[in-house]
Design a protein around this ligand. Structure first.
Ligand code: HAM
Length: 422
């Protein structure tokens, strides 16, 4: 038997119904914040991703040569593609430019629950705005999308790579040791962070002070520690303003400072943020984003950029874990013509109902009423119309309610009338 490639999934109609409903919900939230949708190709030149991250990123990509010898890759994310598109054709657009996307991404990851080789991201890029309110609104949008999807329990963490760098400098941690620390910080493995700091010959008091700062949720602690570093004061003030806006203006209830956010991608600087669903355990990060620079690197005129992407598949997993009640596939009406002569009439009624937006199916197998009713029930039909030869002479049909099992004879116009009203 031929098997599906590792790390990919098929989606049944029941699953697609759920996915499309949630996708629709996400789109409408993006639109309500003034973002316009953008679509870029599924594959790009490999260089688009190596130019910032270097050749080492290739091991995480699905790269290939096409028949013309071009080195291409399936996109692992959409920020670099959107920035390429911006530089190619959108630079003259009025600012700020708000772009959102929904698309599949491919990463040569080790598959596990919540981590796939093909997955979907819903994300956005805010181009040409760098104020604290721009960033606070962006973060609120990410939070609101997840809330509007129906998630109950999510938490927002905000970090800042420039401030993290200043902390490293303050404690005299060498660039080499910083590099060792980042993966441990990323995974919140503070015992490993402590060991690395001790190994780097930092005095004991500095190690503990540094760890305390990396774990603090109190912006005042960070402020106090860096009060003698003038270069960083604006960054700290912006962070405070963003926090204050999130709490008092945008009413985001669950937000913490977390300096240990380092983000895996190489293009971030200053503000970074992540939203997690603690119910998910290991792969709990639903959203990641921040401020970054790519435009200059891609040959455009630099303007400030920030954005985020939400892992669509993980967000659905989180909803499932929270026992969210998903929509079920259903038919409004199933029509059973009792004799072959009535098949035309059945489709005529189906056509009229379908034109009104009613979901209708007609028995296509010329089965008896019993079998047809069983099938209608398996399709979660709400009502069944049985068209019999005697009734049709009088322009009436039998309408059966599939929940109660009650049946009544009604004129055909009445069905149309009922569905026009509702
Ligand atoms: P990212 O953190 O790499 O950021 O991915 C965003 C989200 O995609 C993650 O939080 C996670 O939910 C989901 N995700 C990542 N890898 C996988 C996977 N293998 N399987 C399932 N879900 C996954 C970015 O991609 C940036 N481009 C976000 C951004 C936009 N930054 C600025 N603008």
């Amino acid at each position: 038997m031929l098997e599906i490639p590792r790390g990919t999934r098929d989606f049944t109609s029941a699953e697609m119904l759920i996915r499309r409903k949630i996708e629709e919900n996400i789109r409408s939230t993006f639109l309500s914040y003034g973002y316009g949708e953008i679509q870029t190709p599924t594959f790009e030149h490999l260089e688009l991703f190596t130019v910032k991250s270097g050749e080492s990123i290739i091991q995480e990509l699905y790269d290939f040569k096409d028949k013309g010898g071009r080195h291409l890759t399936l996109r692992p994310e959409l920020t670099a593609p959107v920035m390429r598109c911006y530089v190619e054709k959108l630079q003259m657009e009025p600012k700020p430019l708000k772009l959102f996307y929904f698309g599949n991404c491919f990463r040569y990851d080790r598959p596990q629950k919540g981590r796939y080789r093909e997955f979907w991201q819903a994300g956005c890029e805010l181009i040409g705005a760098n104020t604290p309110e721009a960033h606070a609104e962006l973060i609120t949008l990410a939070y609101t999308i997840l809330k509007n999807m129906g998630l109950q329990n999510i938490h927002l963490n905000i970090g800042n790579l420039t401030i993290l760098q200043a902390v490293f400098q303050k404690f005299g941690i060498s660039p080499l040791d910083q590099k060792k620390l980042l993966p441990f910080l990323d995974k919140a493995q503070f015992e490993e962070v402590r060991r690395t700091l001790y190994d780097s010959n930092l005095p004991d008091t500095h190690v503990e002070q540094c760890i305390s700062l990396l774990q603090t949720t109190d912006v005042n602690e960070i402020k106090k520690c860096l009060e003698d570093a003038p270069d960083i004061q604006e960054e700290i003030t912006n962070m405070e303003t963003i926090l204050q806006l999130l709490q008092s203006v945008f009413h985001v209830p669950s937000v913490s400072i977390k300096l240990s956010i380092v983000r895996g991608l190489d293009y971030y600087k200053s503000l970074v943020f992540e939203i997690e669903a603690p119910v998910l355990g290991a792969e709990k990060q639903l959203c990641g984003g921040g401020v970054y620079d790519l435009i200059g690197l891609f040959g455009g005129t630099p303007v400030p950029t920030a954005g985020f992407a939400i892992g669509f598949d993980r967000s659905i997993l989180a909803l499932e874990t929270e026992q969210y009640v998903f929509p079920q596939p259903r038919l409004d009406i199933f029509i059973i013509p009792v004799t072959e002569e009535l098949i035309g009439k059945a489709f005529e009624i189906a056509g009229m109902l379908r034109n009104k937006g009613v979901t209708v199916d007609v028995d296509l197998l010329r089965r008896g009423i019993g079998k047809s009713l069983k099938y209608a029930s398996s399709r979660n039909a709400q009502k069944v119309i049985i068209i019999g030869p005697n009734e049709i002479q009088n322009n009436v049909v039998t309408l059966r309610d599939m929940h109660s099992g009650n049946q009544k004879t009604i004129p055909i116009e009445e069905i149309m009338h009922y569905y026009t009203k509702s």
